[in-house]
Design a protein around this ligand. Structure first.
Ligand SMILES: Cc1cc2nc3c(=O)[nH]c(=O)nc-3n(C[C@H](O)[C@H](O)[C@H](O)COP(=O)(O)O)c2cc1C
Length: 441
């Protein structure tokens, strides 16, 4: 009998919390972003709870103007390297842009994180949807949506070949003969493509995991096709079970059609849990966050998603018609669709929309007791909508600590989440194999 299917949990960490006003809470550390002790505390909290992994988001630009929310952050691979020395088992995933990096340098940085962490590195491959990022790399505007994914596709092919360019058996370290490595097992790529020309081999030995775990987070048509070809774990955002289940079935079908095992792709929707010992207490907690929001910030975020100006919105009106008409955007396609669907489905005004996006930018928000949150997680997991979840605590560390203390025991009680780590690598936690080396017959 096959082992019981287990939940995968990733701790999505973000400064003082995912709620845009979390830094204003009385017990929050408003300068958490640049405080390594804060991140070590979060990493250890997630590791002690036996989470599969933790995740650091990133974008190579200031987030907004910085006026109403902490806009900066430590560079994620640098921070992951520090966290790898403060932990020993938890997987370490970070976002790095495929649009504003080059394969050779990124392949060796990720390989190095995998080596120094003992096989715990993961890469969330994003194509960077924001116009402000392009301006930091000599561009007047970002490359088009399809173009970014085409570049990402070639980027992945080159990165995988670079990680494979050192066969595991290449190193001889033979003092007697003086031969350190077998040159026949170090492979030049001689890659010449549309976007990259890369000789290789890489100057870092093959990572312990073969490749860092490959994660992807774009849910558009281009995004899903890219994920079907390359992703091993998928981060996604959905506001209802039905949307999540439809996405899940679609991505598994595309993966199968791409000639890959659908079980080899782990789908993780995000959930923002507001936990209370009673429903009323949980609602009061959610209200506390909501009352700390600055609407101007929410309007700016909304305008950024729809590539327009905040002035087009009237707080007590629905979204303007030109937005409801779903203009083709070159930025974040699935997120804009999600917001329009939510607004239309629930007949929301702009004021209500920015309140709903304040906690998780469109991820599923749940306000309730630990039992209710556990039931919802189990319903999505057993109902074909998720293989696990991105836990996005509205405030950190308190929200993650509450989830660990009150919800995890329920999930463990039902045998759905590990008591102890059974593996030492990120791939091991996700039940995924070390990929074969394309150069090693
Ligand atoms: C859980 C999650 C995490 C994400 N993290 C990042 C990130 O760190 N940096 C980033 O630029 N985009 C991030 N994104 C956004 C995606 O990369 C992508 O831009 C967005 O989902 C739209 O993609 P699409 O145009 O293919 O639909 C994230 C999305 C999700 C669901």
């Amino acid at each position: 009998m096959s082992a019981r299917r287990r939940l995968h949990l990733n701790a999505f960490l973000m400064e003082a919390g995912h709620h845009e006003a979390a830094w204003r809470l009385p017990d929050s550390n408003p300068r958490a972003d640049f405080d390594l002790r804060h991140w070590i505390e979060l990493a250890r909290l997630a590791e002690n709870a036996k989470f599969d992994s933790l995740f650091l988001a990133d974008g190579p630009a200031l987030i907004g103007t910085g006026e109403f929310r902490p806009p900066g952050q430590l560079e994620p691979l640098t921070l992951l390297t520090a966290l790898s020395q403060a932990t020993s088992r938890i997987g370490l995933i970070a976002t790095v842009s495929s649009t504003y990096n080059e394969p050779y340098n990124l392949a060796r940085r990720l390989a190095s994180v995998d080596h120094v962490s003992g096989g715990r590195a993961g890469w969330n491959i994003v194509t960077s949807a924001g116009a402000d990022e392009a301006a930091n790399f000599g561009l007047d505007d970002r490359p088009g949506h399809a173009e970014r994914y085409a570049r990402a596709d070639e980027f992945l092919k080159v990165a995988k070949a670079l990680w494979d360019s050192w066969e595991t058996e290449a190193v001889l370290a033979d003092r007697a003969t003086g031969r350190y490595a077998d040159p026949a097992r170090l492979h030049r790529l001689g890659h010449q493509g549309r976007y990259f020309k890369v000789a290789g081999p890489l100057n870092v030995e093959r990572p312990p995991q073969g490749y860092p775990l490959l994660v992807q987070a774009g849910s558009s048509e281009d995004g899903k096709d890219f994920a079907a070809r390359h992703a091993e774990a998928i981060f996604t955002a959905h506001t209802t079970y039905e949307r999540a289940a439809a996405f899940y079935a679609d991505i598994k079908a595309r993966t199968r059609a791409a000639g890959r095992d659908p079980d080899g792709v782990i789908v993780l929707p995000g959930i923002v849990p507001y936990i209370g010992s009673t429903e009323e207490e949980a609602r009061a907690l959610a209200r506390q966050f909501d009352e700390l929001r600055v609407p101007e910030y929410g309007l700016r975020q909304l305008a950024a998603v729809f590539e327009t100006e905040p002035s087009v919105f009237a707080l007590d009106d629905p979204l303007p018609d030109f937005i409801l008409a779903r203009p083709k955007l070159e930025g974040s396609q699935s997120r804009s669709d999600l917001i329009i669907d939510l607004a239309v489905r629930e007949q929301l005004t702009v004021r209500q929309i920015i309140s709903r996006l304040g906690g998780g930018r469109g991820h599923f928000e749940f306000v309730g007791t630990p039992e209710q949150i556990a039931d919802t997680i189990i319903a999505w997991f057993e109902g074909g909508a998720a293989d696990g979840f991105n836990i996005m605590a509205p405030a950190l560390p308190s929200g993650l600590a509450a989830f660990v203390e009150h919800v995890l025991p329920i999930l463990r009680g039902k045998g759905l989440f590990r008591e102890e780590y059974e593996s030492t690598t990120l791939r091991g936690h996700y039940g995924l194999p070390v990929p074969a080396n394309q150069f090693h017959g």
